[in-house]
Design a binder for this molecule. Structure first.
Ligand code: HAM
Length: 420
């Protein structure tokens, strides 16, 4: 018997699917209002894309990727995130030849081999946006404003914005040196992974979840003390713009993000109501990613991604209701006239009406119960009399009012249903 899905995956059942549809609709509308167009990229890519793009010292690349050799012996990886794929698509399809910036959004599934818990899955979903071709801090603020607008449209209030600047490679060099000399003093205390990180990517230590490393991190040097004038001016402009558009934020100098491509602005939207996996959105600028993928293209970029599963947990914790899903426009019940019912519902459906009928030989009483349960707006019973006379009674299920209709003229019925 195979009746269990792989660990860390979830079915989205019919009761929940409309919630996902609604979130995706609000996401697409918000992205459109900010000038973003949809992009769809493959679920799998060449492994090298993520190794180079996301960074081979990150947990995502080192421990979490679903990587396999295909039948042609190519190393393939299920995407652990969207940014690298969208950047690859931007370069491959020469989207830089269009007027810039190019602003793209996506709703995708992602795959990471993580230890599953509430808000952390192995297959999860992201709504993300990426903007390429402008180094302007106004674009950083625009993306953050987009997230804020989207969350507010959904009615989410208990989420806080944290921002930081992690500078450019120049300031990062000085900062890394300062981190190395600080952490060297505490090398014995650090966890085993962080001891390795000390020599490969010391900033990753700041992201370590181990309580011992967290404690050491409290005294670590702060990046904002090391960023150069350019990066500092950029960060000030982002803050000024956020102030001007009325978005409140907290500066958190310890946000470094778990992926290697970031430069300058980084940000997270965090909820305290859904447990340890409270970061619902992460993003930032990545001015060197495209050059990393293709050295002939030195194009800046910035983006974010929101985890839909975490968003749903926040909405649930906040008691936010979703719009009701409407039931059938009409339920056609059968009194021994199944073929006439099939004919009628087919004609109605072909004209765009949501029409339901029974397929289990239920009694008339049970069929009407079913119509009620499905929240049908109207019902109509077809028995031999109705078929012979070509007319039937259409009943409004809300107020109980009835009306005779010609069953051989579906337009007559549709007029009553609300002129669909
Ligand atoms: P990330 O921080 O790795 O960034 O993921 C973004 C969001 O995806 C997280 O805040 C979280 O809501 C969700 N998420 C991540 N991993 C899981 C998981 N295992 N289970 C459930 N949800 C998860 C990125 O992916 C970057 N690509 C964001 C970005 C776009 N930066 C610039 N552009």
């Amino acid at each position: 018997m195979i009746t269990k899905a792989p660990r860390g995956t979830c079915d989205i059942l019919p009761e929940a699917a409309p919630h996902w549809k609604y979130i995706e609709k609000v996401a697409a509308e918000t992205a459109r209002n900010f000038g973003f167009s949809e992009i769809r990229t493959p679920v799998f890519e060449h492994t090298e894309l993520f190794e180079r793009g996301v960074g081979d010292t990150t947990d995502v690349v080192q421990k979490e990727m679903y990587t396999f050799l295909d039948k042609g012996e190519r190393s393939i990886t299920l995407r652990p995130e969207g940014t690298a794929s969208v950047a690859r698509a931007y370069l491959e399809n020469s989207l830089y030849a269009n007027p810039q910036p190019t602003k793209l959004f996506y709703n995708i599934s992602c795959y990471r081999y993580e230890k599953p818990q509430a808000g952390r899955l192995r297959e999860f979903h992201q709504f993300g946006c990426e903007a390429f071709g402008s180094p302007s801090p106004s674009l950083d603020a625009e993306l953050i404003t987009l997230v804020d607008t989207f969350l507010k449209k959904l009615g989410i209030t208990d989420v806080s914005l944290y921002i930081n600047s992690i500078g450019c490679p120049e300031c990062r060099k000085k900062y890394n040196d300062a981190l190395i000399s600080y952490f060297k003093e505490h090398e014995e205390t650090l966890c085993e992974t962080c001891r390795k990180r000390l020599y490969t990517n010391p900033m990753r230590i700041l992201d370590c979840k181990s309580p011992i490393c967290k404690k050491v991190n409290e005294g670590a040097p702060v990046i904002l003390d090391y960023i150069c004038d350019d990066c500092s001016e950029h960060f000030n402009k982002v803050k000024e713009t956020l102030d001007a558009v009325g978005i409140s934020y907290t500066i958190d100098p310890y946000i470094v993000r778990g992926l290697d491509y970031y430069t300058k602005t980084v940000f997270e939207f965090v909820s305290t109501n859904i447990g340890s996996q409270g970061t619902v959105c992460g993003g930032g600028r990545y001015d060197n990613l495209l050059r990393e993928l293709d050295p002939s293209h030195d194009i800046p970029g910035i983006g974010f991604a929101i985890g839909i599963e975490r968003l749903l947990l926040i909405m649930q914790a906040q008691g936010i209701n979703f719009p009701e899903v409407s039931g059938p426009d009409i339920y056609v019940a059968s009194l021994g006239e199944d073929i006439a019912v099939s004919k009628l519902v087919t004609e109605l459906r072909r004209k765009g009406i949501y029409a339901e009928c029974d397929h289990l030989g239920r009694s008339l009483k049970a069929q009407m119960k079913q119509a009620d349960k499905q929240k049908a707006l109207y019902s109509l019973v077809l028995g031999s009399e109705e078929v012979k006379n070509g007319s039937a009674t259409l009943k409004n299920m809300q107020d109980g009012s009835t009306q005779n209709v010609n069953i051989n003229n579906t337009d007559d019925i549709i007029k009553v249903l609300g002129g669909k």
